[in-house]
Design a protein around this ligand. Sequence first.
Ligand code: SAH
Length: 188
Amino acid sequence: MTNLVKAVAFAQHLQAKTVQAGNIAVDATAGKGYDTEFLARMVGDQGKVFAFDIQQQALAWTAERLLEGGLEKRVELINAGHEQMLEHVNKPVQAVMFNLGYLPGGSHAVITEPETTVRAVQSAIQLLTVGGLITIVVYPGHPGGQAEFELLKDYTMQLPQKNFIAVHYQIINQINNPPQLFAIEKIA
Ligand code: SAH
């Protein structure tokens, strides 16, 4: 594998350096369950993952993936929007992962929306421990994705530097507007 990787892989690369056994983590967009599985492996038997999705199909695919890996006990699947995160997660968390847009293999009409996404990131920031990390993969090339990208960029850019390091990662020589990553680490 190359060192410089796609946004989705880079998100996991950064989270792998953050998440430790016993941690609590959130997958804000379960989708097909790749990040849920990844986080479940990272937190270990003593840890816990909360995985949100508004589509039953996504949670079903995620549940199947977890069962195959024997990881289901580490994960609570939540059929609700991530903007309701504070109603479902009442503990400090070390990691939150977002992979926005639509569910591949599902309806392209069901997508994450700019305002609810930013509300969810604000909630994630409230739950985040010092040293914790939020990763957000955004798809400006998808219909509706550009507006979500712009709002997220404005939001992450204004986070106070005293408390957060916010970064933006993008491959700049690829056609078709590939996915990009925002990452927010809480430092104080
Ligand atoms: N676009 C990515 C996959 C993203 S999956 C790719 O191509 O690989 C995004 C998931 O977010 C979908 O399963 C969708 O149902 C879910 N979703 C949409 N709005 C949501 C919300 N408000 N809260 C939680 N999940 C949401």
